[in-house]
Design a protein around this ligand. Structure first.
Ligand code: F6R
Length: 404
């Protein structure tokens, strides 16, 4: 069942190229860049005239929602609110029948998310579900469903369902932008083309065969070349080797910080959650620029700080964000914090500043999260394995949380 992998979590991490491909396929045209959503009880007019989108979700799915906000606001110029589903109905949300409720849930059975859906419906909003389980409770009450085709997720820690959610959110954001006329045909085609390259980029990051390669058998690990760490190197060693080495260095830490800015901040939150839930190490995700407003007081020579410092050189706002994040990294290293940077292949500026650099392939800003979360998943995995934790069945957690 685990196809030769030691844990479901590792198998599912390696299934991400296929999960992303299957969540994209059939929904986008590589000729025109147009997005086609499945049949649903939402008309184009509903999308065109929407006043806002209210996202409600829990845990990892909530992190996907936070990233989705950046995608939808940026591409479709539609305001997005993101709530914890477990909080939504306790704040007497403001009614608006033109608002669209978007529920994100792997299982489709999370009690808090179902309760948020009921509250949205009671306020007169139509609801749309992004769900990984066909026919799940949430989809039966929603006016539309976008299925994430990640396949069954067995490991309690969500991995492939998360990147599939990010993919579905990107596809939805593109569709909204097209219907609302906030994106050019040329930009649509560019983004769809870039989206279609992700499975191959993920496979190369994971050192496995691409699901798109002719005759490839999915999830089969390519032979891993032994390599010596070289912090000045601009190319990658196999990611699993790097993450195992990081796990060796850092598995005894008591705390971890994860930093990111903009759309990368939700990925920092997700990296921290993965580590907490499977290794039982305390971890926090923080917006990089907020460190100087308090948390800098925590930094000392024993604190590993994972900084997401990626950039899309074709996107001025991404470059600006990167520059600011570099200054934040310098603030951490000046206080002897031990920085592990997630950066774009070829970035030598960053590797000279920090102790460890993990490289990922280049992609447009809004698609980078799908790549940058992978090393964070593997880091949590290898640390948990080293600490002897039950990776697939962490203590106190269940795969589907059916109580509020
Ligand atoms: C984290 C994790 C949980 C779930 C959360 C929501 O790895 O698995 O945080 O993301 O319980 O579950 P779903 O998406 O099924 O609603």
């Amino acid at each position: 069942e685990k196809s030769g992998y030691k844990h479901f979590m590792l198998k599912e991490i390696n299934e991400q190229p296929r999960a992303i491909r299957d969540t994209t396929l059939g929904r986008v045209s590589l000729d025109t860049g147009k997005v086609h959503l499945p049949e649903m009880q939402f008309s184009e007019a509903d999308f065109r005239n929407a006043s806002q989108i209210t996202i409600a979700a829990c845990g990892t799915s909530w992190h996907a929602g936070l990233a989705g906000k950046f995608m939808i606001e940026r591409l479709a110029r539609l305001p997005v609110e993101v709530d914890y589903a477990s909080e939504y109905r306790y704040r007497d949300p403001i009614a608006d029948p033109r608002a669209i409720g978007l529920l994100i849930t792997q299982s489709g059975e999370t009690a808090d998310t179902l309760a948020a859906q009921a509250e949205l419906a009671a306020k007169g909003s139509k609801t749309l579900a992004i769900c990984n389980v066909v026919g799940a409770a949430i989809t039966r009450k929603a006016q539309g469903t976008l299925t994430t085709n990640a396949g069954p997720e067995i490991g309690v820690a969500s991995t492939k369902a998360f990147t599939a959610q990010l993919t579905a959110l990107f596809v939805l954001a593109l569709h909204l932008a097209q219907v609302r006329g906030t994106i050019s045909d040329e930009e649509s085609l560019h983004l769809v083309t870039e989206l279609s390259k992700l499975p191959t980029k993920l496979a190369s990051l994971l050192n496995i065969n691409s699901p798109d390669a002719p005759g490839s058998s999915e999830g089969v690990a390519a032979p891993i070349r032994p390599s010596t760490p070289d912090r000045r190197s601009t190319t990658r060693q196999p990611l699993s080797v790097q993450c195992e080495e990081l796990a060796r260095l850092f598995h005894t830490a008591d705390d971890f910080l994860f930093l990111g800015r903009g759309i990368h901040y939700p990925i920092a939150l997700e990296g921290a959650l993965k580590l907490k839930e499977i290794s039982y190490i305390h971890a926090e995700g923080y917006p990089a620029g907020e460190m100087k407003h308090g948390p800098n007081a925590l930094i000392d020579e024993s604190l590993p700080v994972v900084c997401i410092a990626t950039k899309d050189p074709n996107d001025p706002s991404s470059v600006l964000k990167y520059e600011k994040t570099l200054s934040n990294i310098q603030e951490v290293t000046a206080r002897s914090g031990r920085v592990i940077a997630i950066a774009i292949e070829g970035d030598t500026e960053i590797s000279q500043l920090v102790e460890q650099t993990i490289y990922i392939p280049q992609a447009p800003e809004l698609l980078l999260p799908i790549l940058e979360v992978v090393p964070l998943q593997l880091l949590a995995y290898h640390i948990a394995v080293r600490r002897g934790c039950d990776v697939d069945q962490p203590r106190n957690l269940a795969k589907s949380v059916t109580v509020e």
